[in-house]
Design a protein around this ligand. Structure first.
Ligand SMILES: *Cc1c(COP(=O)(O)O)cnc(C)c1O
Length: 398
């Protein structure tokens, strides 16, 4: 703004001589909001290429707030590049749409995050993309569904809801041998960038539901896509941008604000979940099995132990097959500290009952009803007392 002739208040309120502060530092990253970004002149507008991320061109392509969050998440994930998406599921969708075209196939573990299967069954199938399922606990079942049409293989550890921990290095090896053309994508939501580094195991791309531990409040949705390879990043960036997947600066700032406490929250929820898993073992035979990767009897425990010492805040209880669905529902309804709701990673503990048989297409190894517990930040002994009270009632009522 060069001239200084008097202007109407409406104009002055918009064209105010504000300059972003230089020399101002505080613990917070500023919330920089934009759809429009100003260029000093037409030559600058013409010479800026949004793909480079070397400057600012349009809100969709990033602001100082989102660039800072991307850089911090790259550090967390052990990646070189990160893109932000409006939810974990939309991050998954970007990876699918980048890697797959009509005639290709995608391969998913049968215990994958279920909405990922739904995307394959509906949109991907409609676009002529096939999907095949494998048993994550059996690398040979993965080999059996690989072929030259497979362009994307999803891995997840542990499995969604039932928390079986697969032999990730073995699965990666099978894909490299039997489908060298395929990208390997890993859902790192549970490991949260803290339990182990999936890139060190040889995966190509990770997605992370920032909705869970990174944001930590149970109050927002966001996802990220991370990779190390520059060429793959360029492909992901183009798809991500053409789909118009921006995130709001206030939400990005909320994640930035929560990240410094992520390792502490994760460790606290991990410790509390382990203590509750140990307690749940004492509830046998009413509780038939406790699924938690750090318990020696849990499926894939040795695979987890070979990779990591950390285990997030989830555990799943399999009830004795004689316990009815009404009894399980009444137990969950009767909990007072545990609330009933989806998602995890926030301060409030959550419980969700599932019918194990309906979770799987390849056959379920579980016979009883299952309840997934996500442990929040409440006092552990209070949570155990809450769980115990209802189980005692259930025993008396049988
Ligand atoms: C929650 C979750 C997602 C999806 O995240 P949203 O932000 O809810 O879309 C993806 N993968 C896993 C393993 C999840 O737990």
């Amino acid at each position: 703004m060069s001239e200084s002739s008097p202007k109407a208040t409406a104009t002055e309120l918009i064209h105010h001589p504000y300059q972003p502060p230089a020399g101002f530092e505080s613990p917070a990253v500023g919330v920089h909001k934009a759809s429009t970004v100003f260029f000093p002149n037409v030559a600058a507008l013409r010479s800026q290429h949004w793909q480079d991320k070397t400057g600012y061109t349009y809100g969709l392509h990033g602001t100082p707030t989102t660039f800072t969050l991307e850089a911090r998440l790259a550090t967390l994930e052990g990646a070189r590049h990160v893109l932000l998406a409006p939810s974990g599921l939309s991050a998954l969708a970007v990876v699918n749409m980048t890697a797959l075209q009509s005639g290709d196939a995608v391969v998913l573990p049968d215990n994958v995050y279920n909405p990922s299967k739904e995307l394959a069954r509906h949109e991907l199938a409609g676009w002529g993309i096939a999907h095949r399922l494998y048993d994550a606990m059996n690398p040979e079942s993965l080999r059996a569904v690989l072929g030259s049409d497979v362009k994307l293989v999803w891995l997840e550890a542990p499995g969604s809801v039932t928390l079986e921990f697969p032999d990730l290095p073995a699965l990666v090896k099978v894909v490299r041998e039997a489908a060298p053309q395929a990208l390997i994508a890993f859902d790192s939501t549970w490991s949260a960038g803290l339990a182990f580094c999936a890139f060190d195991l040889g995966v190509d791309v990770t997605i992370h539901a920032l909705t869970k531990y990174p944001s930590g409040g149970g109050d927002m949705l966001m996802g990220s896509i991370a990779c190390r390879d520059d060429g793959l990043y360029r492909r992901l960036t183009m798809t991500h941008s053409r789909m118009g997947l921006g995130v709001g600066a206030n939400d990005a700032e909320a994640v930035l604000r929560a990240l410094p406490t992520l390792p502490l929250r994760y460790a606290a929820q991990d410790a509390s979940a382990r203590r509750i898993a140990e307690w749940a073992l004492t509830q046998s035979p009413l509780i038939r099995r406790v699924l938690h990767p750090a318990l020696p009897g849990s499926p894939g425990h040795a695979h987890w132990a070979a990779l990591s010492k950390a285990a997030a805040g989830l555990l799943t209880l399999e009830f004795d097959p004689a316990v009815t669905s009404d009894q399980v529902d009444a137990w969950v309804d009767g909990l007072s500290l545990f609330r009933i709701g989806w998602s995890w990673g926030g301060p409030i503990s959550l419980a969700v009952p599932y019918d194990s048989a309906r979770l799987r297409q390849l056959g379920s190894p579980y016979e009883g009803l299952i309840v997934r517990l996500c442990i929040g930040l409440e006092d552990t002994e209070d949570l155990i007392a809450d769980l115990q009270r209802g189980l005692d009632q259930l025993r008396r009522g049988r």
